[in-house]
Design a protein around this ligand. Structure first.
Ligand code: SF4
Ligand code: SF4
Length: 170
């Protein structure tokens, strides 16, 4: 039996990173956010002790919006959550998009499925506004610099040179 999201939701044990534009939207909605490394924001799902200090026993806490085995803000969930199981790695000036092998769904993909995902990703990049793409990718790159390490098990989807992307965008 193929696992489905309805009996999994492993990915909601996550920092739920936000794009810069989403920070403005989520702040207006009074959703608690936290800034990591003085750089990027995520939804604040960290536990607190009785002095209101962050308790880091659980380094990657379950998202505060994961309720009754589902996302309680599904239609407004962050871009990062919509993108999953694609994750981002940084390597120097490059951002590398990979499929997360921790996702049960990814474990069941065959070569043809992966090719379709790569093609779909290319189509996504070529069909949306260039300025918007640059904005999103530079935000994802900032997240990738502090969160992810390259693994030999990564299933690579796409590699983008950030400085080249910026040059072309001018
Ligand atoms: S980890 Fe994968 S299979 Fe599990 S809920 Fe997330 S997307 Fe679905
Ligand atoms: S916002 Fe929703 S989809 Fe994203 S991690 Fe939280 S519960 Fe999961």
């Amino acid at each position: 039996m193929k696992p489905t999201c309805s009996n999994c939701y492993n990915c909601c044990k996550s920092y739920s990173w936000l794009l810069r534009d989403e920070v403005k939207i989520f702040s207006k909605l009074a959703i608690p956010l936290i800034r990591i490394n003085n750089k990027v924001f995520c939804i604040d799902s960290f536990k607190r002790n009785n002095k209101n200090e962050i308790v880091l026993d659980d380094k990657i806490p379950e998202c505060r919006f994961y309720k009754n085995k589902k996302c309680s803000i599904y239609s407004n969930r962050p871009f990062f959550c919509r993108f999953y199981p694609i994750l981002f790695r940084s390597k120097g000036e490059k951002i590398i998009f990979v499929l997360d092998k921790n996702c049960f769904y990814v474990k069941f993909l065959n070569k043809n499925d992966i090719k379709n995902i790569r093609d779909g990703f290319d189509a996504f990049l070529s069909n949306i506004n260039r300025k918007f793409i640059i904005k999103i990718i530079s935000d994802l790159y900032e997240v990738s610099k502090i969160t992810t390490i390259i693994s030999k098990n990564d299933i690579k989807i796409k590699e983008i040179d950030i400085s080249e992307l910026m040059r072309k965008g001018k």
